[in-house]
Write a new protein. Structure first.
Lengths: 376, 453
């Protein structure tokens, strides 16, 4: 019974330790990671400025549309198109934050489900009873992809597009629909920005490890975005990874030469989020990179098993960027001429997905799904 | 020696402890069913998915649509019958069959303590557990053979001992993994979460303490002098696991309750008296000492079965020795071996189907075919991946693919190590059969984990 004596001793120790340390109040949290600082950095220096800048970009786009409505010149059309592209680029920095109000009102779905459903858009043009808010079937007939069609897809050249907007100026169905969509985007974006302004503190203070705590939601949304929004939607689906090639499914199909640019923005946004880099600046703050580093450093005393996972993930972002850089500005063209390069970009991004979904999640202790089944 | 054995086998004892065990076990099963049902898990786990992962040889066991609820109800009812001791033998057989059927429906939900419930109910078929304090016993009042109570104790000793021996490995003891990962992520537990649980010495203390607890606790429970202390430890330990790892579900309650069997009959008598009093059961048929009838052929047969059962229980967890490679990695011989909370394993697996006549290929989106829970389990367990590959291959055969090949791209991480390729990406899984043979298409594990078992 020697063994059992020792084990009893151990157990007593466990109990004693758990009791005694409860009482001493030194907290000693200095050697722990400050998750609140991480959340604060992401909220204050990434989410809020990105949403603010996107909202301003939309306002600019919206006022250009108004000007164009008043004075339908080729110059004003070009201004509208240009500010559309700018807003679309900024959008890439906030699509991953499907949290709070954004999630509630299906902000992401209403902004960027592509390919646009042209049949439905054409039907909507002649209907004055369109429910853009509550009908999921209408997601693909609004937002950026629909406007991409309205600004670049309704005729071959800008001159011909202008002609469409010049017909029946008082009641031009294309103009009416364009304005309807832009107003919708602006009001949704305003609401989401306001939500973040009002709920920032709650977000930062929700620093536990439950399915509804901020870090868990952020991480899950980030991974979901990287896997679905970026890897699948931008590259995988059009390149035919899951089925036949679908070049018409690239992002901004009608503008046609910015799909690469948008993907690059999205990848940069992902990397910056991971690093905790402030939006629109080179300043580096606390991000998943730092938290992961903290956890990883203390995981194995044995250096053989030390991963350096955070750097590994960064290098997978960099590899993906290199592969993206090799592609044509127009992904649809790239798919038709040399799809292998698209698939290589997909593979590179996939390597990042693997690291995020296996290593990062198991080290962060965040589960991908929140099904509450028992486990042992 | 032989005489001693015979003498032991013929020793009879009062039936109090076995009676308490019967009552409690039935209640726990009823409670588990209610809990499972009320959380909507029957729907979610068995009715919603189109596909279920099956056990080798039991692929015929599947959910029966809405009748699945009936199986759960039957299981609940048999738990009730076991508790009150009505038609006991029939009830416990029904309980064993219905509960085991439920567990066999989908491998995704495998849990060691579900398996434990199946084992206990199987064993209890052969124990005279309704000879006292039961509706049946209005007719029969017996003393029961001592071995019947001891067989339950032996089963519990096996469970604890194997759970403890499995923890004697270099990851658990030297790296304090996976507890290091698991405890560090519990930072939101009040007071200890962000302080104590972040400390390395606590990770080691829990790892070593857990291992020593598992190995020693059944023996501390056996010895009268240490029993009370041991039982307090049982409660502390299992309540602690419940606090730290909420998804552990019913497991702590089942173990705490089961350990009561180690107490003397006098304690169980008091429990029964207490039940009589609180529920105003007028159990005035005072227990009489009456020796179990010798003629009992059933009794002999039961003894033989119980011996075989316990022997299998000792042997079965050792079967991983027949497989090469790292156990935690391949998981060959991992289940049904009391390896509880032993590893943090996460995977990412996607399948590619190819029509080899024209080279047409398609990547499978798991969400189209599996629930999130199934996808999670499939992603790091080789037998799941193989069954899934066959399922997908069959689907594409119906879709008109010819000469099908299915390949897996699979990455798995163990205990926070870098993830590595899990399944040989060049092997056509559609051509591999499900069997107990070594799965040669599992990639070798890059690291070395030393282990005792």
């Amino acid at each position: 019974m020697n063994l059992s004596k020792y084990s009893s001793l151990f157990l007593i120790l466990i109990v004693l330790f758990s009791c005694s340390d409860n009482n001493d109040n030194d907290g000693n949290s200095s050697d722990n990671y400050n998750r609140q600082a991480l959340l604060s950095n992401i909220a204050n220096n990434i989410i809020l400025p990105a949403h603010t800048s996107f909202d301003l970009g939309l306002d600019n786009f919206s006022s250009n549309v108004s000007v164009f409505n008043q004075d339908r010149s080729i110059g004003n059309l070009l201004n509208v198109q240009e500010s559309f592209v700018e807003a679309y680029k900024m959008w890439q920095h906030i699509e991953m934050f499907n949290i709070g109000l954004a999630e509630e009102i299906y902000f992401i779905q209403k902004m960027n489900i592509y390919p646009a459903n042209v049949t439905r858009i054409e039907n909507n043009l002649n209907s004055d009873n369109i429910d853009l808010d509550n009908n999921p079937n209408q997601y693909s007939s609004q937002g950026f992809p629909a406007i991409d069609y309205l600004l670049f897809g309704i005729a071959e050249t800008n001159e011909l597009i202008l002609d469409v907007y010049l017909e029946n100026q008082e009641n031009n169905i294309y103009m009416n629909y364009l304005i309807l969509l832009v107003d919708k985007m602006v009001s949704n974006s305003d609401a989401v920005l306001e939500y973040w302004q009002n709920n920032k503190e709650d977000f930062i203070n929700s620093n536990g490890n439950t399915s509804s705590s901020s870090l868990n939601m952020l991480t899950n949304d980030f991974i979901y975005y990287y896997e679905k929004g970026l890897r699948a939607n931008k590259i995988g689906i059009p390149a035919g990874v899951w089925s036949d090639v679908l070049p018409q499914n690239v992002e901004a199909y009608y503008k046609s030469n910015i799909s690469k640019q948008l993907s690059i923005e999205a990848l940069n946004a992902s990397k910056n989020f991971f690093l905790g880099k402030h939006f629109g600046s080179q300043t580096d703050g606390e991000g998943l990179y730092d938290y992961l580093g903290y956890l990883d450093d203390t995981n194995y005393s044995d250096s053989l098993m030390f991963i350096g996972l955070n750097d590994d993930i960064v290098s997978s972002f960099d590899n993906s960027m290199q592969k993206l850089m090799l592609l044509d500005d127009n992904f649809a063209l790239q798919i038709q001429t040399d799809n292998i390069k698209m698939l290589e970009a997909y593979d590179a991004i996939q390597q990042g997905v693997v690291r995020l979904k296996t290593n990062m999640l198991s080290i962060l202790g965040i589960s991908v799904d929140y099904f509450d089944a028992d486990g042992d | 020696m032989k005489q001693n054995i015979l003498k032991y086998l013929n020793t009879n004892i009062p039936p109090f402890s076995l009676t308490v065990y019967r009552i409690g076990f039935g209640i726990l099963v009823m409670f588990s069913i209610i809990r499972f049902w009320s959380r909507g898990w029957i729907e979610k786990l068995y009715l919603e998915p189109d596909f279920h992962f099956t056990y080798l040889g039991f692929s015929w066991v599947e959910p029966l649509g809405l009748y699945t609820y009936l199986i759960f109800f039957i299981c609940f009812l048999s738990g009730l019958f076991v508790t009150i001791g009505y038609k006991y033998r029939f009830a416990i057989i029904t309980l064993f069959l219905s509960f085991t059927y439920i567990e066999l429906m989908d491998k995704t939900t495998y849990l060691n303590h579900y398996y434990l419930i199946s084992c206990i109910s199987l064993l209890m078929i052969f124990l005279p557990a309704s000879s006292y304090f039961s509706i049946d016993s209005a007719r029969n009042k017996f003393q029961i053979p001592r071995w019947s109570v001891d067989s339950l104790k032996i089963l519990l000793i096996i469970v604890y001992l194997y759970a403890g021996l499995a923890k004697i490995n270099s990851d658990w003891l030297i790296q304090a993994q996976p507890l290091k990962l698991w405890l560090k992520e519990k930072y939101s537990i009040p007071l200890i979460g962000d302080t104590l649980l972040q400390k390395e010495f606590i990770h080691y203390l829990f790892s070593w303490g857990g291992m020593l607890y598992d190995i020693s606790i059944p023996f501390l429970l056996l010895v009268k002098r240490t029993r009370i202390f041991a039982f307090v430890m049982v409660i502390v330990f299992h309540v602690l696991t419940r606090i730290l790892f909420p998804p552990i579900g019913m497991f702590p309650y089942i173990m705490i309750f089961s350990c009561i069997i180690f107490f003397d009959n006098s304690v169980h008598k008091k429990i029964l008296d207490f039940i009589s009093k609180s529920f105003k059961i007028n159990y005035n048929k005072i227990y009489e000492e009456k020796i179990l009838e010798k003629k009992s052929f059933i009794n002999q047969l039961s003894l033989i079965f119980v011996c075989i059962f316990l022997f299998v229980q000792v042997i079965f967890p050792l079967r991983n020795k027949f497989y090469p490679g790292e156990l935690l990695w391949t998981e060959q011989g991992y289940r049904f071996s009391w390896r509880v909370m032993l590893v943090e394993k996460t995977g990412y697996t996607t399948l590619k189907v190819i029509d080899q006549t024209n080279g047409k290929h398609i990547l499978i989106d798991n969400k189209d075919y599996l629930t999130e829970f199934q996808e999670k389990q499939m992603s790091f367990q080789s037998d799941f991946i193989l069954e899934y590959a066959h399922y997908i291959g069959d689907i594409y055969q119906k879709k008109g693919f010819k000469d099908i090949a299915v390949y897996a791209e699979s990455y798995v991480t163990i205990n926070g190590r870098p993830s590595q390729l899990y399944i040989d990406p060049t092997v056509n899984l559609y051509k591999q059969n499900r069997s107990l043979k070594n799965k040669e298409w599992i990639m070798p594990f890059k690291y070395d984990i030393k282990r005792f078992l």
